[in-house]
Design a protein around this ligand. Structure first.
Ligand code: PMP
Length: 449
């Protein structure tokens, strides 16, 4: 593809980005014929793999009927079915869905529903949202206000809401300097302390990713953490929003990440895996009791986008859910995830720069450190994460960067291939990663000498 000058704004201007010609399963092929193993499912999105014909057919069938209807005028069969299906997939049921187009819109809509829930009960002062230091809930200003991701916030801090943050459950390098066995879940107590300091009468909700994604790299909380969080929320009359944009829809070996912890959120944000990347689709889900005051009050959730609940994306999402069910991909995520974690732990035995290997199902991560004993991170100017990502890319392996460390001061990568990955493809993935880490370690050693 020849381009004389550029018009498309890409992440790094002036850098060459290969154009992808087609995808099949876990592989992508660029227009120069190079093959890539998509070990990150793009941005942890393409969970059923690329080029699935059933989805293209569902898309075509719906497009042949109608692609767009406006939500203020009509509903559609696919959107109605999808809302029912999602509710049925949750352990407790009883969820309503508001369909949007991205994860950022999903978390922001969940935030607005939570605030409106209290307004409709005559409690408008409950409008602040508490999140965690190590978190990412989206790029729009409302979603970014709820995010702790230092790098993504930095330029826009003056525009953001002053929402409080609490300590994340990051046991590998605990921000509260506790040790896991003896801490008594001090990170959960941090939420309690924040609520008491600010006053529950000012707080609408607490938002958290069940397993921390881009801001930490597959950080799984310790046992009992979410039970304690939920109890604190209930005690102070604060809604709990689970941001399942990355963990949702089979990725972690359960349909929803929160199922690992047996806690039912009041609201759920979904995105990415919901349509597995085939069309933009996301949802803010709210339980019956959250919607009740709105149903009895203004009867209208004050939000909406032109493309909300569009039938084309809803039909795709239904087809993706059917595909996941038909091919047993929840179980596949569990099985292949266990195998992948085992292989990554074997890599840790061979490579000194691997500090931690963690994850759940097929949402896994490696954190890199300069010193395994002290867990000291590499100096940021070395750009270790980028070195790994770039070299892997050259070798035809796609992995996803995560900001390791509580305030993004570490190095981590996420490995989250499509849930359809076979044993053979998984061994290929691990082999390429092994080579990449070995070469980057050599480069770092050479730079130090
Ligand atoms: N929440 C989480 C947990 C995410 O991982 C992301 C995307 N990385 C978002 C929200 C934002 O989603 P989107 O990029 O689709 O707006």
């Amino acid at each position: 593809m020849e381009r004389e000058r550029e018009h498309l704004i890409k992440p790094v201007l002036g850098r060459h980005y290969p154009a992808i010609a087609y995808g099949k399963g876990v592989f992508l092929y660029d227009d120069a014929g190079k093959k890539y193993l998509d070990a990150s499912s793009g941005a942890v999105t393409a969970s059923i793999g690329h080029g699935v014909q059933e989805i293209a057919e569902a898309m075509q069938e719906q497009a042949g009927k109608v692609s767009f209807v406006y939500r203020s005028q009509f509903t559609s069969e696919p959107a109605e079915q999808l809302a029912k299906k999602l509710s049925d997939l949750t352990p407790g049921g009883d969820y309503w869905s508001f369909f949007v187009n991205s994860g950022s819109e999903a978390t922001e809509t969940a935030m607005k529903i939570a605030i409106q829930h209290w307004q409709e009960q005559g409690r408008p002062s409950k409008h602040r949202i508490i999140s965690r230091r190590m978190s990412y809930h989206g790029i729009t200003l409302g979603a970014l206000s709820m995010s702790g991701h230092v790098l993504r916030r930095r330029r826009f801090v003056p525009l953001l809401e002053d929402f409080p943050v609490v300590a994340p459950p990051y046991c590998y390098r605990c921000p509260l300097r506790q040790t896991p066995a003896a801490c008594g879940l001090a990170c959960a107590d941090d939420l309690d302390a924040a609520v008491k300091r600010i006053g529950a009468e000012h707080i609408a909700a607490f938002i958290a990713e069940p397993i921390i994604g881009a801001a930490g790299g597959a950080v799984v909380p310790p046992d009992g953490y979410y039970e304690k969080i939920k109890a604190i929320c209930e005690r102070h009359e604060i809604l709990f929003i689970a941001d399942e944009v990355m963990t949702g829809i089979a990725r972690t070996g359960e349909m929803f990440g929160m199922q690992h912890f047996g806690v039912e959120p009041d609201l759920i944000a979904l995105g990415k895996g919901m349509s597995a990347g085939y069309t933009p689709m996301a949802a803010a889900m709210a339980k019956d009791h959250v919607m009740a005051p709105i149903l009895q009050g203004s009867r209208s959730v004050m939000s909406g986008h032109t493309y909300s609940a569009n039938p084309q994306s809803a039909a795709v999402s239904l087809a993706v859910l059917a595909y996941i069910d038909k091919h047993g991909l929840v179980q596949a995520a569990q099985n292949q995830g266990a195998l992948l974690l085992e292989r990554l732990r074997q890599l840790a035995d061979r490579h000194v720069i691997i500090g931690d290997v963690r994850g759940e199902g097929l949402l896994t991560a490696i954190e890199f450190v300069a010193d395994r004993q002290s867990k000291h991170p590499f100096p940021p100017e070395l750009g270790v994460t980028n070195k790994i990502i770039d070299l892997a890319f050259q070798k035809g392996l796609l992995v996803y960067p995560a900001a390791g460390g509580v305030d993004g001061d570490g190095d981590a990568i996420i490995i989250a291939p499509p849930l359809t990955i076979t044993d053979e493809e998984l061994e290929l993935l691990v082999g390429l990663l092994d080579e990449t880490i070995r070469e980057v370690t050599q480069e770092l050693t050479a730079e130090r000498e």
